[in-house]
Design a protein around this ligand. Structure first.
Ligand code: PBG
Length: 339
């Protein structure tokens, strides 16, 4: 007698096959077979230091995240490093009146970001990786990531000169790793050459290989008091494109990137997986401000379990291929993971 497919399947189940639930039965079994790990060292904390603050100021659209004064920056850095995070990524917020068309303060040793980097290097530099945002948008009065040409467009090659000057100041201030977030063509190669020519062969580059023009950066614009009108679509990538990310990756690797990054994270997990599969260097992903704010707001409303959602989001980013995850929850999650 011949059996149909339904019966064959029942027989298989009855003879002991096809029972993946067996490995989910107890916490010990689940721990034994877990494929992905999430550890404090995988997490990097992005931080903001603002000029002219006496104490930390909470960012309205990112409850729990602060613009730091020099003192509170040091304290928060020590807390993060004590919790075991892998590194700190610093952004600077100058006074509005100090911004100008070329973002002069970005390359000034006395500019807020370079002062903040020196404070971090001094306070925790021996115990963690100090990273700097190497981009002009916080420092330009028009808010773009580069300098403008006469017609108002962002001038790629003139911007590279500014990035080189900025990266030398950041290396001098004690940054171990420079985060090239501006999406100018040739930025990694230009900065690498500039660093090498100045004898800074040991300063590493975290290349934002695939950075998309995203609506989820919204809260960050408040965090850094951005002056931007309009958008960044002439330099950041179109969310429609996947192949283009592979091209950007290849270029950054050729130009000497030491680590590559995908940003944002959660809406781009397919890109992250592809970059992780192709990359010959470690891969990072940035869980950005809007991702933070969405989970925070839903949790504040009692709509989702905060801790569960945070850890699941971070695990998802790791599972998609990130060796390193930049997240505003780095310190808190590191505490959870080590307790
Ligand atoms: C630009 C920069 C941005 C972020 C990091 N670097 C904003 C932008 O591209 O508009 C966003 C980070 C976040 O949203 O958390 N230098």
């Amino acid at each position: 007698m011949r059996h149909g497919p339904g019966v064959r399947r029942i027989v298989r189940i009855m003879t002991g096959m096809d029972r993946p639930r067996r490995l989910r039965r107890t916490p010990a079994l689940r721990r034994l077979v877990a494929e992905t790990t999430l550890e404090p060292r995988h997490l990097v904390l992005p931080m903001f230091v603002a000029d002219g603050l006496d104490e930390a100021r909470e960012i309205g659209s990112m409850p729990g995240v602060y613009q730091h004064s020099m003192d509170s920056l040091r304290k928060a850095a020590v807390e993060a490093v004590t919790a075991g995070v892998g590194g700190l990524m610093l952004f600077g917020v100058p006074r509005p009146e100090d911004k100008d068309p070329t973002g002069s303060l970005a390359s000034d040793p006395q500019g807020i970001l370079n002062r903040g980097l020196r404070a971090l290097a001094d306070e925790v530099g021996d115990a963690t990786v100090v990273m700097a945002d190497t981009c002009l948008d916080e420092f330009t009065d028009h808010g773009h990531c580069g300098v403008l040409a006469a017609d108002g467009s962002v001038d790629n090659d003139a911007t590279l000169e500014r990035y080189i000057a900025m990266s030398l100041a950041q290396a001098e201030a004690g940054a171990d790793l420079l985060g090239t977030s501006g999406m100018m063509d040739g930025q990694v190669g230009a900065i690498r050459a500039g660093l090498d020519a100045a004898g800074r062969v040991d300063t590493a580059i975290l290349a934002y290989a695939a950075k998309y023009a995203s609506a989820f950066y919204g809260p960050f614009r408040e965090a850094v008091a951005s002056s931007l009108q309009g958008d960044r679509r002439t330099y950041q990538q179109d969310p429609a494109n996947r192949r283009e990310a592979a091209r950007e990756l290849d270029l950054d690797l050729e130009e000497g990137a030491d680590i590559v990054m995908v940003k944002p994270a959660m809406s781009y997990l397919d890109i992250l997986r592809e970059v992780a599969d192709r990359s010959t260097v470690p891969v990072a992903a940035y869980q950005i401000s809007g991702e933070y704010s969405m989970i925070t707001a839903a949790a504040q409303n009692g709509w989702i379990d905060r801790r569960g959602a945070i850890l699941e989001s971070l695990m998802g980013i790791r599972r998609a291929g990130a060796d390193i995850v930049l997240t505003y929850w780095a310190t808190e999650a590191a505490h959870w993971l080590s307790s």
